[in-house]
Design a protein around this ligand. Structure first.
Ligand code: GLV
Ligand code: MN
Ligand code: MN
Length: 405
């Protein structure tokens, strides 16, 4: 009989993790905060229960290894991340990690010996909600970011990643490697749900560029300063916000641009804002358009500063280029969807993922399951149990095939 995951056990483990860091409706396991530590500790406990060997590397990525006969070869790695954005849902990241756990549990329960070793991983700071860049753990793991730069990253209060790794007990020193990587994830967009499909076979991830910026003008009295004598930093940032959207619209091909943070200074109703901090997120799947869009963003920020007579700072914090996954791994996921009789489509990811960086060092694939109404990065993020279980079964069957030789 074909091996299947235990859907009830997967679901109850997801719900257990989903309680950690819950404030009101949303989950708040921002990277390396107390709740993230609690989630990591719970995960490490699960790994111990399965008798896995545990490795923690210098950026705090956690791996649990189930050895195969060929234990000197690099393992098949499965997993995702346990950190969340602010007021998050419970599926983003956790589904990939805990489905991987369910795969390990089923293999153990059935005493299945494999040729290749299997490692279950949880990468540090995938979200970038507290420390930038996002996908920090997988970037360091794949040498796309230096450990020193990652350790130095500060949150809004000036606390560094290294301080928090030490404080939470996850500043490890183990070395680790990956032979290939598969990440199961909720789609986080509307495509699968709206088309009534069960699985997304992910062929690649769109490029993502982030900037922190600031317009610097002159704070002054809101009643006495005539309009033509103002150097209003917030007005410029507001114009930037609207025109960023226009860049994405004009470029089309599913380009998106977002200003997610905007903080005027001094943030007082009767003062013309002398400063405005803002962030920009631009994404595009086609490599040439991704590069082109970044140049347009730079021109726009500078042009608006000139028009309003302002100074500005602009610091790019993320440049995650578009990637295409290994065709053999994508084909494996597609075959498993067919064999399990699940409806699917091939698609690319709009969200950033650790798989994006893992694909630099090893054959990589992703499996998507539908997000109800396409909602994600919010407490309303939902995926039905059957879809989670379908995704976990694809993961299980893919791992069985990969680990058999
Ligand atoms: C990561 O979750 C991103 O796509 O913003
Ligand atoms: Mn995620
Ligand atoms: Mn996310």
């Amino acid at each position: 009989m074909e091996l299947k995951v235990d859907g009830d056990r997967l679901w109850s483990t997801l719900m257990e993790m989903g309680e950690i860091g819950k404030k009101g409706e949303g989950v708040n396991r921002l990277a390396l905060n107390d709740a993230d530590k609690e989630g990591r500790d719970l995960f490490v406990g699960y790994l111990r229960d399965e008798n896995l060997d545990i490795y923690v590397d210098k950026i705090g990525n956690i791996f649990g290894v189930r050895y195969g006969r060929k234990h000197t070869e690099s393992p098949i790695v499965i997993g995702s991340h346990l950190d969340t954005v602010k007021d998050a849902g419970i599926f983003d990241g956790a589904l990939g990690v805990l489905s991987g756990l369910e795969v390990i549990r089923i293999l153990n329960q059935n005493d299945i010996e494999t040729e290749r070793s299997i490692a279950l991983g949880a990468f540090t700071n995938e979200e970038g909600a507290r420390f930038q860049p996002d996908m920090m753990g997988s970037m360091v793991f794949t040498k796309q970011l230096s450990l020193e730069d990652a350790w130095k990253a500060e949150d809004d209060d000036g606390v560094t990643v290294k301080d928090e790794l030490k404080r939470t007990g996850y500043l490890g020193s183990d070395l680790f490697n990956a032979g290939c990587f598969i990440e199961l994830h909720v789609e986080q967009g509307p495509v699968l749900h709206s088309e009534g499909l069960e699985i997304g076979v992910v062929e690649g991830v769109q490029g993502m560029a982030w900037w922190d910026g600031e317009y610097i003008g002159e704070a002054n009295h809101a009643g006495t300063t005539p309009l033509d004598l103002r150097r209003d930093a917030l007005l410029a940032a507001a114009e930037l916000c609207c025109r960023l959207r226009k860049i994405a619209e004009d470029m089309s091909h599913d380009s998106v641009a977002t200003m997610g943070r905007l903080h005027p200074r001094p943030d007082i109703r009767n003062v013309v804002p002398g400063g405005a901090f803002f962030t920009i997120d631009f994404r595009q799947y086609k490599p040439e358009l991704y590069e082109e869009g970044q140049k347009e963003v730079l021109r726009l920020v500078e042009g608006i500063a000139g028009k309003h007579g302002l100074d500005f700072n602009l610091n790019q914090t993320v440049d995650a280029k578009p990637v295409r996954f290994d065709s053999g791994m994508v084909g494996l996921v597609e075959n498993k969807a067919k064999e399990l009789g699940l409806s699917y489509k091939k698609m690319h990811s709009g969200a950033g993922h650790d798989a994006q960086f893992m694909s630099y060092i090893c054959p990589t694939a992703m499996v998507f399951v539908p997000s109800i109404g396409g909602r994600s990065h919010c407490p309303e993020e939902r995926t039905i149990k059957t879809d989670c279980v379908n995704g976990a079964n694809i993961l299980l069957q893919s791992v069985l095939e990969l680990s058999a030789v």
